[in-house]
Design a protein around this ligand. Structure first.
Ligand SMILES: NC(=O)c1ccc[n+]([C@@H]2O[C@H](COP(=O)([O-])OP(=O)(O)OC[C@H]3O[C@@H](n4cnc5c(N)ncnc54)[C@H](O)[C@@H]3O)[C@@H](O)[C@H]2O)c1
Length: 286
């Protein structure tokens, strides 16, 4: 808890959170309406009000979807407070490193929530030491932990929860450009995101015959708790703003809008894809 408070404070001191808040507010002003009444979403990865998963949870809920949040114990207080803004949510602890908790999580879902239509994977972790300097400095434990939490967790959650997914369900995972390009300091997380994106395609193949879609959203850089662990994140934000085709950074609301689209029947024939929400950064060859 102290570590989270400290990281949040650091981010505030660095002032980049303030800009993100401004962008987030602008995004919220845009009214997007999608009829998701009667749908249910299971969402992993809410830690703070800056979390991408939080924006997605709010957007889905605001559009009629009931949500269940799977959260890490260390962020419980924050999640319980935030969840007061949601309509009748289910809250349950879950940790990607703990098979038993994952099993229990889905038992609770089965009992208290029932079958669901949307699964959001918005979870990642690597030790701060391995998100700076040389990639080759990563050790076995750091590499394995990062992969386990950030990539293996996707097939693991699908295995544990697929029997509760309705036909036509939509699974989505959050990724970043560091999966396909070498980006300074992103290091081991880039390798995890490559594994995550590949896992997403195999899962899309596994679940396709049930009409279940699996996609990834590749977001541009956004100041969040996880992002504050990446070395030189301020510079990454500045650079993204200058180099993106639209000459601006994105907000969690932009990602939530893509999530709404992926949750809706409008995207019924889109699966196995990485969809970029990055203001055109990734295609600028200049
Ligand atoms: N912020 C960005 O710039 C950015 C860009 C592209 C993609 N992403 C991805 O978006 C996702 C969400 O990150 P965010 O930026 O919203 O940051 P965040 O810190 O708000 O969310 C990360 C989440 O991962 C959870 N987590 C970490 N270890 C876990 C574990 N062992 N078990 C269960 N949960 C665990 C944390 O509790 C937290 O809720 C991540 O996959 C991240 O890589 C972020």
């Amino acid at each position: 808890m102290e570590a989270i408070k400290k990281a949040m404070q650091m981010a505030h001191d660095k002032k980049f959170f303030k800009e993100a808040e401004k962008r987030q507010k602008e995004g919220k002003k845009m009214t997007v309406s999608m009829d998701l009444k009667g749908k249910k979403a299971v969402i992993f990865g809410v830690a703070t009000d800056k979390s991408i998963a939080w924006s997605i949870a709010k957007a889905l809920n605001d559009n009629g979807c009931q949500v269940a949040l799977g959260y890490q114990e260390r962020v419980e207080t924050y999640v319980k407070e935030l969840a007061k803004e949601l309509d009748n949510p289910i809250l349950e602890k879950c940790d990607m490193m703990d098979d038993l908790l994952i099993e229990r999580f889905f038992e609770t879902i089965e009992k208290e929530f029932g079958k669901f239509d949307i699964l959001v994977h918005s979870v990642a972790f690597a030790k701060r030491d391995f998100l700076q300097g040389k990639f080759y400095e990563v050790d076995r434990k750091g590499y394995n932990t990062a992969q386990e939490v950030s990539a293996f967790s996707l097939p693991m959650l699908v295995r544990a929860g697929q029997h509760l997914m309705n036909e036509g369900a939509s699974v989505m995972a959050m990724t970043y450009l560091g999966s396909v390009m070498a980006l300074q300091n992103y290091n081991v997380m880039g390798v995890c995101k490559a594994a995550l994106e590949s896992s997403m395609r195999y899962l899309a193949m596994d679940l396709g015959e049930r009409g279940i879609r699996v996609n990834a959203i590749s977001a541009g850089p956004i100041p969040t708790l996880a992002a504050s662990g990446v070395g030189g994140f301020d510079k990454i934000l500045d650079h993204a703003e200058k180099k993106s085709l639209l000459k601006r950074n994105i907000s969690t609301s932009d990602v939530a809008h893509m999530a709404l689209f992926l949750a809706s029947p409008l995207s019924k024939n889109i699966t196995g894809q990485v969809l970029y929400v990055d203001a055109g950064y990734s295609v600028n060859g200049w």
